[in-house]
Design a binder for this molecule. Structure first.
Ligand SMILES: [Zn+2]
Length: 303
């Protein structure tokens, strides 16, 4: 990063499209459909994952049409570029945008990003496997799509679990699509292990990783990329404080961790700010920070 130490170019591999709208865009789109933006919009410390997930109802409501998806995708790319992000992946669940068929929604996002970001299509924990299969099929046909994700969180009583999606994940891999899974987000490390077993090569969050030393070894040996999102983790209650995030320890052990925003709107963060905060963590040497940034660039999915 010679000459770029003050303004390094960042990677953000974990940014949800429907959590990263500009506030003014959310307001404008909400006006168009006569929706009131709730006063309690932002995430807050310790709110819990479920309440955080519920916040997406508002942003999804205004992003039902291809035009809205295209606009938000384009603006998120502009915002990320302004933050110094040069490697960007945006993820969303096209099946939740019902204003057009799946393919048209994906195409709208692809139009919006216009080569500036790779797209990840998110299946959601608990959904029937057929939804994941449809995403893989649609993703296969759109070159802007670089990977598949499993997002949200498992609920008690879910009929389908991570293993139910194994055939869809296998098909994704056969098609050259990457696989990342939201796992160990304040849930036991066993979930990370299972995510690796069904084919994930990247893990979203993974805050409980260090609870299982054997798993840590496997993650290091296989160069599994862990997408850290510390501010989001404080808000969902996975960790108590930003300073408690295991990021520095991961890097010290040799875990391929990268730093991400998750949701710039809801979490009121941007990539530069998150990196600046991480830079101040105790034990974050120049070398570890350089590695953190490089892990993000190297971890991007490519087709
Ligand atoms: Zn996420």
């Amino acid at each position: 990063m010679s000459g770029t130490d003050r303004f390094p170019s960042y990677a953000d591999l974990h940014r949800h499209l429907d959590g990263s709208l500009r506030l003014e865009t959310l307001r404008e789109l909400a006006d168009e459909i006569g929706l009131r933006v709730p006063e309690q919009l932002y995430f807050y410390r310790g709110m819990g994952l479920q309440e955080a997930l519920d916040r997406f109802a508002t942003t999804l409501a205004v992003m039902q049409t291809p035009a809205a998806v295209r606009r938000v995708a384009a603006e998120v790319c502009e915002d990320a570029a302004r933050e110094g992000v040069t490697t960007l992946e945006l993820r969303f669940a096209p099946q939740l945008h019902r204003g057009a068929p799946l393919e048209a929604i994906i195409e709208a996002a692809a139009d919006g990003v216009d080569g500036r970001a790779g797209l990840l299509l998110c299946g959601l924990y608990g959904e029937p496997p057929s939804v994941l299969e449809a995403l893989v099929e649609a993703g296969r046909r759109n070159p802007a799509v670089v990977g598949i994700d499993l997002a949200g969180g498992p609920q008690t009583g879910d009929q389908f679990g991570m293993e139910s999606y194994r055939p869809a994940f296998r098909r994704a891999a056969e098609q050259g699509l990457g696989l990342t899974i939201h796992a160990g987000e304040g849930r036991p490390a066993d979930e990370i292990r299972r995510a690796l077993e069904v084919g994930a090569t990247r893990i979203g969050h993974g805050t409980s990783l260090l609870d299982d030393p054997e798993l840590v070894e496997e993650v290091i040996r296989r160069e599994i990329v862990i997408e850290a999102c510390p501010t989001s983790n404080v808000q969902t209650g996975a960790i108590a404080r930003f300073e408690d995030h295991p990021l520095v320890e991961w890097l010290t052990l040799g875990v391929c961790a990268c730093l991400n925003t998750d949701n710039t709107l809801f979490s009121q963060v941007d990539s530069r700010g998150e990196h600046e905060r991480a830079r101040q963590l105790e034990g974050m040497s120049d070398e570890r920070f350089r590695q953190l940034v490089e892990n993000g660039h190297r971890g991007a999915f490519r087709r």
